[in-house]
Design a protein around this ligand. Structure first.
Ligand code: NAP
Ligand code: ZN
Length: 352
C-alpha cells in the first residue's frame, strides 16, 4: 500500500479539501496510473452532497472523480495491454464480477457486483473506493481504456463519463444520418450529445433554459436551439423527434419533451435528478412513445467511443482548473454556468 494526495469531502455540507489516501500496490493484473486530468461530472456533486441518499448513500470521506486520464507508471506482472509511459484512462467503473449475463454481454455497467470508481465497497482494501480527484489510481487492466494519441488530454477526460453516457444510448436507439434528435440541457453531457449527433449526421435541436448558450450550441453542431421556457417555440416541434436525450440534473417537466416525440419515438433519460419525475400516461400512450434510461456504457463500447472520438477529433469543450478551484466549480455547476465541462489539471495537486 502507498499514500497518495487527494481532495475529499468529509460530510454532505463540507467543502472538498486536501487529504492523503491509501491505494493498493499493483497486483499482477493491475495498472498504476498517474492522473493528469479529471473531469467534474454533476454526479460528483450529487454524490458529495449525498443527494442520491435513498439509492446510493454516500460513505464519507468521499473522493469523487470518474473522468480520469493519465500516464501508466507501473504494471503488475500479468498485465499485457499496458506498459509504463502509456496514456491510459479510467471511467465510472473499476471492476465487475465478469461472469453475470450483463458482463458476458459487455454491459458491465449493469452487473449487480460492479464496483464504481468511487463510493463502492473496495474489494482490495475494505472501506470504499476513491476516485480521480487524486494523484494516482490503481485499476485492473480490464477496466483501463486507451486514449487516442491525437486528443488533448484535458478535453479527453470528460469522454470517460459524459462521452460514453451520451454515445451509448444514441447508438442503442439507432441515431444515424437523418434522424431528428433532441438534446435537453446543454451541460457536460448535453454538449457531448450535440457533438455525437452531428458526427452521426443526425440533425440536432438543443433545448436549453439558458438563452446565453444559443450561439455555443450552434457552434457545437446543433441545427436549432429552443429556449425551453418558451411554450410557442416548443410547440413548433410537437410530434417530430425520433429520439430525445434528456441530460438535465434537476427537476423539470419531462412530459413537455415526450410530447415532442413522433410515433414510436423514444426519450432516454440520462440525467439523474434526486427526486422522481412525473410522467403523464397520455404522453406515452398517444403515439406509442417510449421512455427509457441509460447508464454510462460497457468497457468495450467505451473503447469504441474513444476510438470514434480519436478518428473524428472529438473532445469536450473544457475549462481547465486547478484543484484548488473545485468548490467554486461546484457552485458554478449548480448555476448551469460551465462551458461545458470543468477538467481538473491534476498537476495542481502537487503543491498541496
Ligand atoms: P451539468 O453539466 O450540470 O448539466 C446539466 C444541465 O441541465 C445544465 O447545464 C442545464 O442546461 C440543465 N439544467 C440544470 N438545472 C435545470 C433546471 N432546474 N431545469 C431545467 N434544466 C436544468 O451536468 P452533467 O454533468 O451534464 O450531468 C447531467 C445529469 O446527468 C446529472 O444529473 C448527472 O448526475 C447525470 N449523469 C448520469 C449518467 C448516467 O450514466 N446516466 C452519467 C453521468 C451523469 P441548460 O443551461 O442548457 O438549461
Ligand atoms: Zn459522470
Amino acid at each position: 500500500m502507498y499514500k497518495t494526495k487527494a481532495f475529499s469531502a468529509v460530510s454532505a455540507t463540507s467543502p472538498l479539501a486536501s487529504t492523503a489516501i491509501t491505494r493498493r500496490d499493483p497486483t499482477p493484473h493491475d495498472v498504476q496510473i498517474e492522473i493528469l486530468f479529471c473531469g467534474i461530472c454533476h454526479s460528483d456533486l450529487h454524490a458529495v452532497r449525498n443527494e442520491w441518499s435513498s439509492i446510493m448513500p454516500t460513505v464519507y470521506p468521499i473522493v469523487p472523480g470518474h473522468e480520469i486520464v493519465g500516464r501508466v507508471t507501473k504494471v503488475g506482472s500479468a498485465v499485457t495491454k499496458y506498459k509504463p509511459g502509456d496514456l491510459a484512462a479510467v471511467g465510472c467503473m473499476v471492476d465487475s464480477d465478469r461472469t453475470c449475463p450483463h458482463c458476458q454481454a459487455g454491459l458491465e455497467q449493469f452487473c449487480p457486483n460492479m464496483t464504481l470508481t468511487f463510493n463502492s465497497p473496495d474489494k482490495h482494501l475494505g472501506g470504499v473506493t476513491y476516485g480521480g480527484y487524486s494523484d494516482s489510481i490503481v485499476v485492473d487492466e480490464r477496466f483501463v481504456l486507451r486514449v487516442p494519441s491525437n486528443l488533448k488530454l484535458g478535453g479527453a477526460a470528460p469522454l470517460l463519463c459524459a462521452g460514453i453516457t451520451t454515445y451509448s444510448p444514441m447508438r442503442h436507439w439507432g441515431v444515424t444520418k437523418g434522424k431528428k434528435v433532441g438534446v435537453v440541457g446543454l451541460g457536460g453531457l448535453g454538449h457531448m450529445a450535440v457533438k455525437f449527433a452531428h458526427a452521426f449526421g443526425a440533425p440536432a435541436v438543443v433545448f436549453t433554459t439558458s438563452p446565453n448558450k444559443k450561439e455555443d450550441a450552434l457552434r457545437l453542431g446543433a441545427d436549432e436551439v429552443v429556449i425551453s421556457r418558451d411554450a410557442n417555440e416548443m410547440k413548433k416541434h410537437a410530434g417530430s423527434f425520433d429520439f430525445i436525450l434528456d441530460a438535465v440534473s434537476a427537476e423539470h417537466d419531462i412530459n413537455a419533451y415526450i410530447n415532442l416525440l413522433r410515433r414510436d419515438g423514444n426519450l432516454t433519460l440520462v440525467g439523474a435528478p434526486a427526486k422522481p419525475l412525473g410522467v403523464s400516461a397520455f404522453s406515452l400512450i398517444m403515439g406509442r412513445r417510449s421512455l427509457s434510461g441509460s447508464a454510462i456504457g460497457g468497457i468495450a463500447e467505451t473503447q469504441e467511443m474513444l476510438d470514434f472520438c480519436g478518428k473524428h477529433s472529438i473532445t469536450a469543450d473544457v475549462e481547465v482548473i486547478p484543484i484548488q478551484k473545485v468548490n467554486e466549480a461546484y457552485e458554478r455547476l449548480l448555476k448551469s454556468d460551465v462551458k461545458y465541462r470543468f477538467s481538473i489539471d491534476m498537476a495542481s495537486l502537487k503543491s498541496e
